[in-house]
Design a protein around this ligand. Structure first.
Ligand code: GLC
Length: 530
């Protein structure tokens, strides 16, 4: 058994800083706006927050184009504001994780600006440069995740640089020891300021094939997403050598005094076999590796249960699962998983908070916030403009938090124009839901409290229990069972005895369960079996 730690026991919460709270009334969320809302997170029972990028950035990709790894974006505040946020969060027992973007910088980062100076420039080799192919054109067939070739010609020097996202996001060269040292130094800088860990952006892509070999074409047996992409990204990303970097970072966190900082990877892979190596031998690589296979499956036990069981049986000793249903790229679970159905949203939240592992909620999940429908032609997100697919508009899951139904939504001042529009403030907001004991907000809070109170909910082993098609039942430890009906009709889960601790329908809390639990569509319950 791995040692207990705050992040294994806790619930984490992702904040998109531009959209959480706007303290200075310019319509853009900021760090002081987050400080002003820490009481909400404490009340909810949150143990740690992950902030999407807070660094100076031209915002071509909303902070994922970093121009200084050791600063704070002026839209969000100052370094002193961030220090204060860490201190104020700490007073409430909440740790702060930042977002490390090690795969690429902004093209306006001083390193890249210098690298453009010529082949002999001091920082030239901080990036991936290559000569044109012998017949001319890009050095190989690698493609950008945002569409088109991953190579950009720099005419003055006659070479191409690699950019696996936007052309203004040049990839760093992780074969260069100086790059490794520079990022180590940035990590140390933030750990010294009290940052409790990092989410690591595009963790699976940092190291590229040293020989820059072409990615092969898919075969008929490959994953449908690989076939759709048209390339198997085995040289442009997903390299075995990236694990050297993860071990390097883990030894860096392990050497810190006090609580070890936690490393959570954005490990965007297509199956569990590819996910598991990010945990290394169990305790020598990432502490947590986001499970996008789970996030992108349907809210259907036939798809999800094998993934949970797979993690349970395949995770190496000492490693710990992490579960999430929403984020700033993949859209909100209330829409993607639950199709806007409030009952299914509640069931999804119960699922996340009752599996063995660390749940990450995305701001607004606690009020069942769905995506906000927006016109892709107006998107601030660059991706739909590049791909032409309106479904790629990530603005829809990045709109401001709904604190109240009043003008400004409690997010900003009544007369300020928020940087992205609000959704339906009246339908989902914190203030109304706090007054309603039956609300999804209280459900989430009570489930988090149950995790704190009940050892089974944190540490109890997971075991699937028998359940009819469309239902999912499992036990945690000896004393706790959870049953969810994710089908469209009524059903009954047999073999359960005890008392309902928390039902998604709160009128069922305290109900005796004698041999079977009847559940309506989208309904779920946590049952005390003792
Ligand atoms: C990650 C981020 C995403 C960003 C991309 C490129 O996937 O989560 O928002 O666009 O990296 O930096």
């Amino acid at each position: 058994m791995a040692a207990a730690s705050w992040w294994r026991d806790g619930v984490l919460y992702q904040i998109y800083p531009r959209s959480f709270g706007d303290a200075d009334g310019d319509g853009i969320g900021d760090l002081r706006g987050i400080i002003a809302r820490l009481d909400h997170l404490e009340w909810l029972g949150i143990d740690g927050i992950w902030l999407n990028p807070t660094f100076p950035s031209p915002n071509d990709d909303w902070g994922y184009d970093v121009s200084d790894y050791k600063g704070v974006h002026p839209d969000l505040g100052t370094l002193e504001d961030l220090d204060e946020l860490i201190a104020e969060a700490g007073r409430r027992g909440i740790r702060v994780l930042l977002d490390l973007v090690p795969n690429h910088t902004s093209d306006r980062h001083p390193w890249f600006q210098d690298a453009l100076g010529g082949r002999e420039a001091r920082h030239r080799d901080y990036y991936v440069w290559a000569d044109p192919a012998p017949e001319g054109g890009p050095p190989n067939n690698w493609e950008s995740s945002f569409g088109g070739s991953a190579w950009q010609l720099h005419e003055p020097t006659g070479q191409y640089y690699l950019a696996q996202f936007l052309p203004s996001q040049p990839d760093l060269n992780w074969w260069n020891e100086e790059v490794r040292e520079a990022i180590d130094e940035a990590l140390g800088f933030w750990f010294d300021r009290g940052v409790a860990g990092f989410r690591i952006d595009v963790c699976h892509a940092i190291v590229k094939d040293r020989e820059l070999r072409d990615d092969p074409l898919p075969g008929p047996d490959d994953h449908p997403q690989i076939i759709k992409r048209g390339l198997k990204q085995v040289y442009s990303m997903n390299r075995p050598e990236l694990h050297d970097v993860l071990r390097r970072w883990r030894s860096l966190t392990a050497r810190r005094d006090g609580d070890e900082p936690v490393l959570v990877g954005e490990t965007y892979v297509l199956d569990l076999e590819q996910l598991l190596p990010f945990y290394g031998l169990g305790e020598d690589e990432l502490h947590l590796a986001f499970n996008f296979v789970f996030l992108h499956s349907d809210l259907d036990p036939a798809q999800m249960r094998p993934l949970v069981e797979g993690m349970e049986t395949m995770l190496p000793e000492g490693a710990w699962p992490v579960w999430t249903g929403s984020n700033h790229d993949g859209m909100r679970m209330a829409t993607r998983w639950a199709g806007g159905d409030p009952a299914r949203t509640r069931a999804a939240l119960m699922l996340l908070l009752c599996l063995r592992g660390t749940p990450f909620l995305y701001y607004g999940d606690e009020i069942g916030l769905p995506d906000t429908p927006l016109d892709a032609a107006q998107a601030l997100d660059p991706v739909p403009h590049r791909t032409g697919d309106p479904a790629d508009n990530r603005d829809m899951c990045r709109t401001p938090m709904h604190w109240s139904a009043e003008a400004g939504g409690g997010f900003t001042t009544p007369d300020a124009e928020p940087w992205l529009p609000f959704g339906d403030l009246a339908a989902h907001n914190v203030s109304a839901q706090r007054e309603d004991r039956g609300s999804v907000l209280h459900l989430v809070r009570d489930l988090i409290a149950l995790r704190r109170e009940r050892d089974d909910m944190r540490n109890g082993a997971y075991e699937s229990l028998a359940a009819p098609e469309g239902a999912w039942a499992w036990r945690r430890g000896e004393g706790t069972a959870i049953a969810l009906n994710l089908s469209e009709g009524d059903l009954q889960v047999e073999g359960l005895e005890g008392t309902v601790l928390i039902g998604t329908d709160r009128t069922r809390d305290g109900e005796a369960v004698a041999g079977a639990l009847r559940l309506g569509p989208g309904e779920g319950a946590v049952v005390d079996r003792s």
